[in-house]
Design a protein around this ligand. Structure first.
Ligand SMILES: [Zn+2]
Length: 317
C-alpha cells in the first residue's frame, strides 16, 4: 500500500473516530489537485477494513485491497473522455452502498473527481447522503469544493487537505523519480521548487530537457516587470510545444504569490488589473486546449499583460 505523505491530521481524526465508534458516513477530502488525496482515501479505506484497523498491509483484507479485489470497496470517478460524472454512475454507487458487505459489515465507496459531478448526479448523491445505509462509508475526493452544491457539502464531514510542506514534497518526488532523477540532488531540488507543495503538478517532469527549459523560463520571468521580451519570445517559440502548459504558468506565477498577498488596500485599482492579468494567465492552458489557439503568441500576450500590470508604480512600491 502506498504510504500517505502529509495529511497526518486527517488520518488521525479518522483513526480517532473509528476508535470512538462514531465514524461519519461521508468524508469530503478537499484540496488542490496533485497532493495525494486519492492515496489518503485508499489509506482510510484500509484503516477501516484492515483486521487490526491499522492498514497493516499484510492481513487478508489489506492484501485484497492492495490487489484491488476487495469486494466491499467500489471506486467511481471521471471516466476517460467524459466531461462529467453521470447520474448512472452515482446510481451504481448508491446501489453498491445499499448492499450488505460480503467480507465485512462495511462497504466503502471512493468517489474521485467530485468537482465533475453534473447537476443530476449531485442531486442523486444528495439523496444517498440523506439516508445513508448502515455500515456504509463514502469517501469523496474533490479538487474544487466550490463546484459542489452547498447541500452536498453540508451533509459531509469536511476535511481540508493542505499542500505538502517541502520535506513532504521531496519525499514523494524521491520515490516517484527514483528511476529517473532521484540520484541527481540538484535536479531534484529544482523539481521540488517547481512543485511548490503540489507533487502531482510536476509528475510529468521525467525529461531532462523539459526541466532545463523550465529552469530557463523561471530565470527569464523571475522579474516580469523587467523581463527581456525578445528572449521570452524566443523561449516561447522553441519550448511552448514541449513543456506542459500548466507548468509554464505555474513557474511564471510562482514569484508573484507573495506580492499578490501583500497588496496594499490603496492599490485597489492596480491590484484589480494585476488579478485580471493573473487570471488570464491561469486560463491560458485551458484556452489553448479548447480552441487550439496558436500557443506561443497567446502566451506572450498573457505575459505582456502581466508585465504592464506589474509596471504600475503603485504595485512596485
Ligand atoms: Zn491489515
Amino acid at each position: 500500500m502506498k504510504n500517505v505523505i502529509g495529511h497526518q491530521l486527517v488520518e488521525q481524526r479518522f483513526a480517532d473516530a473509528l476508535q470512538r465508534g462514531n465514524l461519519h458516513h461521508a468524508w469530503l477530502l478537499h484540496g488542490i489537485k496533485g497532493i495525494g488525496k486519492h492515496t489518503l482515501a485508499e489509506n482510510l479505506t484500509a484503516r477501516l477494513l484492515c483486521d487490526s484497523h491499522s492498514a497493516c498491509g499484510t492481513c487478508h483484507a489489506c492484501r485484497m485491497l492492495e490487489a484491488g479485489s476487495h469486494p466491499d470497496v467500489y471506486h467511481i470517478g471521471l471516466l476517460e473522455k467524459k466531461r462529467d460524472i453521470s447520474i448512472d454512475q452515482v446510481r451504481d454507487l448508491l446501489g453498491f452502498l445499499a448492499l450488505s458487505g460480503s467480507e465485512s459489515e462495511r462497504r466503502v465507496v471512493i468517489l474521485d473527481d467530485a468537482e465533475r459531478l453534473n447537476n443530476q448526479a449531485a442531486n442523486a448523491l444528495l439523496k444517498g447522503l440523506e439516508e445513508p445505509s448502515p455500515g456504509s462509508l463514502l469517501l469523496i475526493v474533490c479538487a474544487d469544493i466550490e463546484k459542489l452544491p452547498a447541500t452536498v457539502r453540508s451533509r459531509c464531514l469536511l476535511q481540508h487537505c493542505a499542500p505538502l510542506d517541502e520535506p513532504g514534497v521531496r519525499e514523494v518526488l524521491q520515490l516517484e523519480f527514483a528511476d529517473t532523477l532521484g540520484a541527481d540532488a540538484v535536479l531534484l531540488d529544482l523539481v521540488v521548487g517547481f512543485a511548490d507543495g503540489c507533487p502531482g503538478a510536476v509528475s510529468c517532469l521525467h525529461e531532462r530537457n523539459i526541466i532545463d527549459a523550465l529552469q530557463l523560463w523561471s530565470r527569464l520571468t523571475e522579474n516580469i516587470a523587467d523581463a527581456d521580451i525578445a528572449k521570452v519570445e524566443n523561449w516561447c517559440r522553441s519550448n511552448v510545444a514541449s513543456v506542459p502548459h500548466e507548468l509554464i504558468i505555474r513557474v511564471l506565477l510562482q514569484p508573484l504569490y507573495p506580492l499578490l498577498q501583500n497588496l496594499k488596500p490603496e492599490a485597489f485599482e492596480a491590484a484589480q488589473l494585476l488579478h485580471k492579468a493573473v487570471r488570464g494567465c491561469m486560463r491560458w492552458p485551458g484556452e489553448v486546449q479548447r480552441q487550439s489557439l496558436r500557443a506561443a503568441p497567446s502566451l506572450l500576450a498573457c505575459l505582456l499583460e502581466l508585465r504592464s500590470a506589474l509596471r504600475n508604480p503603485v504595485i512596485q512600491r
